[in-house]
Design a protein around this ligand. Structure first.
Ligand code: FES
Length: 92
C-alpha cells in the first residue's frame, strides 16, 4: 500500500528535477510554480515538495508524483490547476 503521508501528516509531492524534465520546463521552475500555487491556496504548510533525480518516465516529462500517483507533461503554467484539481482534494 502506498504511504500517502509522512508522519507529520503532510502530503508528499515529488517534482522531477532530472535532466530531461528540467530541459522541458520541469525541475526548479515547476517546483517554484507549485509552491507559489500552494501558498496562494493557503495550504503550503500542509504539503512537502521534494525534488526527484528521475522518476523513470523521462519520455513523459516533466513528471510529478503526488501521493504515489504520477502526472505527466506538467508545466509551470499548470501549477494552479494541479493544486486545485489534484492536491486540494487530497488534503484532509
Ligand atoms: S528526468 Fe524526469 S522522469 Fe526522468
Amino acid at each position: 500500500m502506498t504511504q500517502l503521508y509522512h508522519d507529520n501528516e503532510k502530503l508528499r509531492i515529488r517534482v522531477c528535477g532530472g535532466m530531461n524534465c528540467s530541459a522541458n520546463g520541469g525541475g526548479r521552475p515547476l517546483e517554484d510554480a507549485i509552491q507559489h500555487a500552494l501558498e496562494t491556496a493557503g495550504v503550503a504548510d500542509e504539503v512537502e515538495i521534494y525534488r526527484a533525480h528521475c522518476l523513470g518516465e523521462c519520455q513523459n516529462g516533466p513528471c510529478v508524483r503526488i501521493a504515489g500517483e504520477r502526472f505527466y507533461h506538467v508545466q509551470p503554467a499548470d501549477a494552479s490547476d494541479l493544486v486545485r484539481e489534484e492536491i486540494l482534494p487530497r488534503l484532509k
